[in-house]
Structures are given as C-alpha cells and as structure tokens.
Design a protein around this ligand. Sequence first.
Ligand code: ADP
Ligand code: MG
Length: 259
Amino acid sequence: MTEKHILQLNHVSLTYHTLRGETLALKDISFGIQPGEFISIVGPSGCGKTTILSLIAGLLNKTSGDIYLQNDPITKTNKNVGYMFQRDELFDWLTIEENILLGLTIQKKRTPENKKKAQELIVKYGLDGFQKSYPRELSGGMRQRVALIRTLATNPHLLLLDEPFSALDYQTRLNVQNSMHAIIKSEHKTAILVTHDISEAIAMSDRVLILTKRPATLKKEITISLPQNLTPFERRNHPEFQTYFLKIWEELQDEEENS
Ligand code: ADP
Ligand code: MG
C-alpha cells in the first residue's frame, strides 16, 4: 500500500449471505484516499455504496481483499472513523449539548478536555445559545450540523457521510453543503461522501468514484480540478462544472441502459 494513504482498499469483495441465498454486493474494489482529501462515491441505487462505508467503519466483514486504515488492517469498529447517516439520528429527549457529548460518552472519552473541545466546536460553528435546546427546536440544517459536530467531537481521522443531505429540502441542502464542507476543511478531516446526487458530488469533492450497478465495481475515477478556495455553491456556478456533470452523468446513464 502507499504510505501516504490514510485509507486503502485492495481488491475488496463482499457477499451477503441470507436465507434466500447469496448476494454478491461488491466485486474487486480498490482505491486509496489521502489525508485531507474529500472523495465522493456515486452509483445506482442499491449498488453497494452503503456496504462500502459499513466495511470501512468495521460494521461488516469483507469476504476477500484488504482494507487498511493508517496501515492497520480494519477488523472491527474503529474510534478513528466517524460515521454520519442519512438521518441526523439525534435523540429528541436529549438537549443539543447532551446529543453532542453522547459520542464521547459512548466511546468513553468524556474527559474535561474533550468536553471543552466540544464546547469550542459548538461556538465555532454557530450553535452557541442552543446548548440547552432540544432537537425539535432546531431547523433540519442545524440538526445536521449538530450531528456533524457530535461526530467531530470524538476526533476521528476519517469521516464517512452516507447521503447526509438527502432528507433536507433543496435550499437547505445547498446551505448545509456549504457549512459542512467549510467545517470539514477547517478541521482538516478526510472524508468520504456517498450520494446519488451528481451535482453534490462535484460541488463537495476533490475526486469522484463512480460505481457500476450491483455487484459494485469501480467504473471510473474523476478528479475534480475546480479551484479549492470556492465554496460548494460557487463551484456549482463555475464554467467547468457542467463538463464534469455530463461526464459523470454519461457514465451512470451507461449503467441505467445496461440494466
Ligand atoms: P446502496 O447504498 O448503494 O443503495 P447497499 O450497499 O445498501 O446499496 O446495498 C447493496 C446491495 O446489497 C443491495 O442489493 C441490497 O439489497 C443488498 N444488501 C444490503 N444490505 C444487506 C443485508 N444486510 N443482507 C443482504 N443483502 C443486503
Ligand atoms: Mg445506501
């Protein structure tokens, strides 16, 4: 494996075994990700995107191949990996502050120092004053920010984001993409975003991995060379954005036509 990669998958395959039989979900997937890089994974619905994140999080075991996180094979769940789901998964009966500290509690890292760090994140990312509020009092966008801060408070090296914006309305989604992108970059985190939204993938990431329909194989990798200093929203308005969109759209269209 390459030394500079924070994560490396080599020839990873996965078969689900159920009562109804076997499903080959992933076939011979290899890719690496460098520290600080933001990549997106796109592919047809049901192709195996969530399966890839579950493997990286150590929630599932590969059938064959190797997965390394910072040179160590992934065998079980790992505190260096933070997982954020489609829904914000906040607990309605806990305050915002308690929700944010929950990750630390679960990982037995609720030290005064980590609590202070969590408070700093709350203030830095615009949630000061909402510590004692309950999730129902916050907008969808703010709730997603709380979920991200909860994940960041445990200080993972790698963030896994599984369609985190799909439950938000369009306007909110664009705003949350901007703020999440800014937070992830300013905290120098490495991130993998799973999405079926081509525009979102281009707006957010340095590189897009395109998967085939199930069993997922890596069909193509596209490096997004839009200026780094632009926000995701500004990237959407960059003249080259549409070229990337068409390229990825055609690859995915190929998969639709073959089904
Ligand atoms: P995606 O996230 O790309 O929509 P998933 O990774 O969730 O796709 O699922 C990939 C395929 O594996 C799907 O066909 C799904 O039905 C199957 N699958 C997912 N989870 C399980 C499971 N726990 N047991 C059996 N099959 C599963
Ligand atoms: Mg999924």
